[in-house]
Design a binder for this molecule. Structure first.
Ligand code: CP
Length: 325
């Protein structure tokens, strides 16, 4: 693997998930591959899980890391071309090019501006990063996608259902996974929802539903063929996994169109499901997105998802290090 931008860079999702699960059991198996290698982690926006799980993943592979929080630790970066730089000190082009000289893999987080849909959905910034970097690039969340999160999510689902069993008598019964929109006070990116939809749709043993308020449909590019319902209770019936996430409107781009707290995930709604596991990428606003009772219940697997962020990053770094060696 040369770069990791989305699921489209993966040859076989099933194999990748199996390899990530194997790494979790044998985290130091490839400790020699990272000798004298450095992974640069660049954040244009805040992070807890992505930053630390990537550092831990790199450590497991014997790699060195450096981390740069652009907002706090760097010059003010100019993102636009052709600007007379009176208010900014360093251009994105030099910044990315130089950082790529200081590492063997450059992992970057950028967020959308949620103002200009074409700019965000054409992934203008990330395309520039791919152009300017002299080393392989990993997407730690871009304007429209969060593939390391989604790999950890599908890995978490795979660990809990039998279709990834290596035994010959594994069940092939489909499991029902529901991505449910949930309320939030701020307009949030679509990246987790887009990416989750993209990855889950690759797994034929999953029966996937999205439920959201009207005018919150995701871009069809990421939700093609997915059953979408505006009735949350209907979606929850017999679900095995409920993945809660807020996103702002795609159609009325970046806007909050629904503030109805009835979309919050509650114990009462979870009772409609098949004792579904509760999922969320974190961070999460308690009692806005989900009731405490659900998040603190035995059905919540949010910490398992967070733990699997390590092995999702590790398998991607490993694939790129193997490509480099
Ligand atoms: N889920 C996730 O990406 O968390 P951070 O924003 O803390 O990295």
């Amino acid at each position: 693997m040369k770069n990791f931008f989305s699921v489209e860079d993966v040859v076989n999702v099933y194999d990748l998930i199996k390899e990530a699960i194997h790494l979790k059991k044998n985290p130091y198996q490839y400790q020699d591959i990272g000798k004298n290698k450095t992974i640069g982690l660049v954040f244009f926006n805040p992070s807890l899980r992505t930053r630390i799980s990537c550092q831990k993943a790199a450590f497991n592979l014997g790699c060195n890391t450096w981390v740069l929080d652009i907002q706090k630790d760097s010059w003010k970066i100019e993102m636009n071309d052709g600007v007379v730089m009176k208010k900014t000190q360093e251009h994105f082009k030099e910044a990315i090019s130089v950082m790529s000289l200081y590492c063997d893999i450059l992992a970057v987080r950028t967020f959308p501006n949620l103002l200009d849909r074409d700019y965000d959905y054409n992934e203008v910034l990330f395309q520039k990063i791919l152009n300017y970097s002299q080393v392989p690039v990993v997407n730690m969340e871009s304007a429209t996608l969060h593939p390391l999160q989604s790999l950890a999510d599908v890995m978490t689902i795979a660990e809990l259902i039998p279709f990834f069993s290596t035994t010959t008598n594994c069940s092939k019964q489909k499991c029902k996974v529901v991505l449910s929109w949930a309320p939030h006070i701020n307009p949030l990116p679509h990246s987790v929802a887009n990416s989750f939809s993209q990855w889950v749709s690759q797994i034929e043993e999953i029966d996937f539903t999205i439920t959201c308020p009207e005018k919150y449909d995701l871009d069809k590019k990421f939700s093609k063929g997915v059953y979408i319902t505006y009735n949350q209770n209907e979606a929850f019936l017999n679900a095995d996994f409920i993945y809660a996430k807020n996103w702002s409107s795609y159609l009325d781009y970046g806007k909050i169109l629904c503030r109805n707290s009835n979309w919050m995930i509650t114990e009462k709604k979870m009772k409609l499901t098949n004792q579904a596991k509760f999922m969320h990428c974190l961070p999460i606003r308690r009692n806005i997105v989900v009731e405490d009772a659900v998040l603190d219940s035995e059905y919540s697997i949010v910490l398992k998802q967070a733990e699997n962020r390590i092995y999702a990053s590790q398998i991607i770094f490993l694939k790129i290090l193997q490509y480099l060696s």
